[in-house]
Design a protein. Structure first.
Length: 367
């Protein structure tokens, strides 16, 4: 039928209105058929669903009943077995309680004994470690004291060698200086004496002229030609007073400066005297050579540290051999150790010798 309608539509046998009516009736019929088929399918599926649902419910109910019966029976059996096992466990616990207690006691005793043995071993190890540390520390301290002693002995040895070398340098320097100074002094004195003779001759001539001028001036001052004699006298008095005032001020300033310098001199002399007294007290047991070595060692040491340094160098100085020295008188500088150095004239022979060494070091550029 569909093919026949299609042929009619293609050949334009029917009009457009008929064609539209036919198409509308056709579409309506198709919709009715679809709705009828849908309803039939829904009814069929509903019936099938209800049948399947009842079948599934019956099957599930049967399966659940069977499984539940099995599970209940199994649970009852497990409960029975649990009760029996609990009873057996209670009996076994009562029977094995003594064994368990004995096992725990033995294990605890064993662990405690092992703990005591470990503690004892640790104590022994600590004792060995402490002894090792003490021995190592004692060895290091002994080596340190030996090094310190060697250092002091080396310093004393260097001081001795330096004193010998300085003595040789000083002798050579004095000999060379004496020869050069002698030649320079001789030539200088010759020139100065010649100049002095000329100056004496000139002074005699000047003195004669000055006497003549003074005689003329005094005669002129008393003559009637000097009309301003009184004014000149007054001016002379004023000039004299001004000169006296200037001299008084200079004298006062000089006195103030002298007082300040005397105060500093007193402090310096006091410090020097205190240092000498302490050095004399410390070096009283030593002989001459040892005193000279110790004086060089304590030369740059401050006064408040003399005792400590003396105790440090004393063993090395006593163990060494000191060379003999010759006494030489000279003008030198005394080192107090308190950073207050002043040039003074020494009368003591050994002190002069030490000061000469200091001067030679200074002249040689050594510190």
């Amino acid at each position: 039928m569909l093919e026949a309608l299609k042929t009619l539509f293609e050949n334009d046998v029917v009009s457009e209105e008929v064609r539209a009516d036919i198409e509308g009736a056709w579409e309506q019929k198709i919709q009715e058929n679809k709705m009828q088929a849908t309803a039939e399918l829904r009814e069929e599926f509903a019936k099938k669903y209800e049948h399947d649902k009842s079948t599934m419910v019956e099957a599930i109910d049967s399966m659940i009943s069977e499984r539940l019966a099995e599970e209940i029976a199994e649970f009852a059996e497990d409960r029975k077995q649990l009760a029996e096992a609990k009873a057996k466990y209670g009996v076994a616990m009562r029977e094995n309680a003594d064994l368990l207690k004995r096992f725990v006691s033995e294990s605890l005793v064993k662990e405690v004994s092992e703990l005591h043995e470990d503690q004892k071993a640790i104590a022994d190890k600590f004792s060995m470690l402490e002894n090792f540390i003490v021995d190592a520390l004692a060895t290091e301290i002994a080596e340190f004291h030996e090094d310190k002693k060697d250092l002091a002995e080396t310093k004393v040895k260097l001081i001795k060698e330096a004193k010998n070398k300085f003595a040789e340098v000083k002798t050579s320097f004095i000999a060379k200086s004496a020869a050069k100074v002698s030649s320079i002094v001789e030539s200088t004195l010759t020139k100065e004496i010649g100049a002095l003779k000329e100056d004496i001759q000139s002074a005699r001539s000047n003195d004669f002229g000055r006497k003549m001028f003074e005689a003329f001036a005094s005669e002129y001052a008393t003559s009637h030609l000097n009309e301003n004699s009184e004014t000149a006298k007054l001016m002379q008095v004023v000039v004299t007073k001004d000169k006296q005032l200037v001299e008084a001020k200079a004298f006062a300033l000089k006195a103030k400066t002298l007082a300040e310098s005397k105060g500093q001199e007193v402090k310096r002399i006091t410090a020097i005297a205190e240092r000498k007294n302490r050095l004399n007290d410390l070096m009283e047991p030593l002989n001459k050579g040892q005193r000279e070595i110790m004086t060089d060692l304590l030369e740059s040491v401050q006064t408040n540290r003399l005792q400590k340094s003396f105790d440090k160098y004393l063993p090395s100085v006593i163990d060494g051999n000191t060379p003999a020295k010759k006494a030489v008188l000279s003008e030198a500088k005394e080192i107090t150790g308190n950073r207050d150095n002043t040039t003074t004239t020494k009368t003591n022979t050994s002190s002069m010798q030490d000061d000469n060494v200091v001067d030679i070091r200074r002249l040689a550029g050594l510190k």
